[in-house]
Design a protein around this ligand. Structure first.
Ligand code: KIV
Length: 272
């Protein structure tokens, strides 16, 4: 059992800020369904992200753009039913907060009311400041997301490392400060140079959670299906695989097929 699991009965946004103060790293993983969330929560992960990466991982889309608010609420409510301890953060999907702050608030309220999630996550800085403030004013905790923001993939054109140049690095630092000042309780930094990420983490009082952002930040997040080795074709440098489930599952399915074809399954003790 992890140290954090013993320390906190239930993770809140305040627990995360306390962890940063105490120098305790924050663990965060994605989940999109009841069964996975139950395992992740039971293992003691601090934050479960119902990411819009569900669009890729669960639905097979090339990007995160197609997933809808209704679909995110479906995934999030399945996760919420499974958890006893983790903080559940839900991505507001593309097209549900960018056009105006009132729409952003409506989307955030739907997520909180219909899924039972504990907080929402949005991508971007200055451009979405008013939406972030509007959501926060309603008492809904907001996690920011800067660096590589997959909802803007068609603007970037590629999934390569962001903010390598001075100008973009400066904008990222300004945006991080702006999100903290607006009241965000944490910020995800995706695929940016480790040195820049550390600088940002050191300049903020709220936790910075990295994915492909090095070890100088306050916590780490990975997509669960990637770290379990279920997604073979995705191989970024930042990904540490803890299992090779793709191979293990393939082996199990092949054994099942063989057993069915040979008549070995079910045997005498597996029938009524
Ligand atoms: O949707 C997602 O899974 C995410 C993480 C990669 C941070 O936003």
């Amino acid at each position: 059992m992890s140290v954090a699991k013993k320390e906190y009965k239930r993770i809140t946004v305040k627990s995360l800020v306390d962890m940063k103060k105490r120098g305790e790293k924050i663990s965060m993983l994605t989940a999109y369904d009841f069964t996975m969330a139950k395992i992740v929560d039971g293992a003691g992960v601090d934050v479960i992200l119902v990411g819009d990466s569900a669009s890729n991982v669960m639905a097979g889309h090339e990007t995160t753009l197609p997933i809808t608010l209704d679909q995110m609420i479906y995934h999030a409510s399945s996760v919420v039913r499974a958890i006893t301890r983790s903080l559940v953060v839900v991505d507001i999907p593309f097209g549900s907060y960018q056009s105006d702050p009132k729409e952003a608030l409506r989307s955030a309220i739907r997520i909180m009311k219909e899924s039972g999630g504990h907080a929402v996550k949005v991508e971007g800085g200055k451009e979405i400041k008013e939406s972030v403030k509007r959501i926060l004013n309603a008492g809904i905790p907001v996690m920011g997301h800067l660096g590589l923001t997959p909802q803007s993939i068609y603007k970037f054109g590629t999934y390569t490392v962001r903010a390598k140049e001075e100008e973009e690095a400066k904008k990222l630092k300004d945006d991080a400060l702006l999100l903290e000042k607006a009241g965000c309780f944490a910020i995800v930094l995706e695929k940016v140079p480790a040195k820049l990420a550390q600088e940002v983490a050191e300049s903020l009082t709220v936790p910075v959670i990295g994915i492909g952002a090095g070890n100088g930040v306050d916590g780490q997040v990975l997509v669960t299906h990637d770290m379990l080795g279920m997604t073979h074709e995705f191989n970024p440098r930042f990904l540490r695989r803890y299992l090779d489930l793709y191979s293990d599952m393939t082996g199990a399915f092949e054994s099942y097929i063989d057993d069915v074809k040979s008549g070995d399954f079910p045997n005498d003790s597996e029938q009524y």
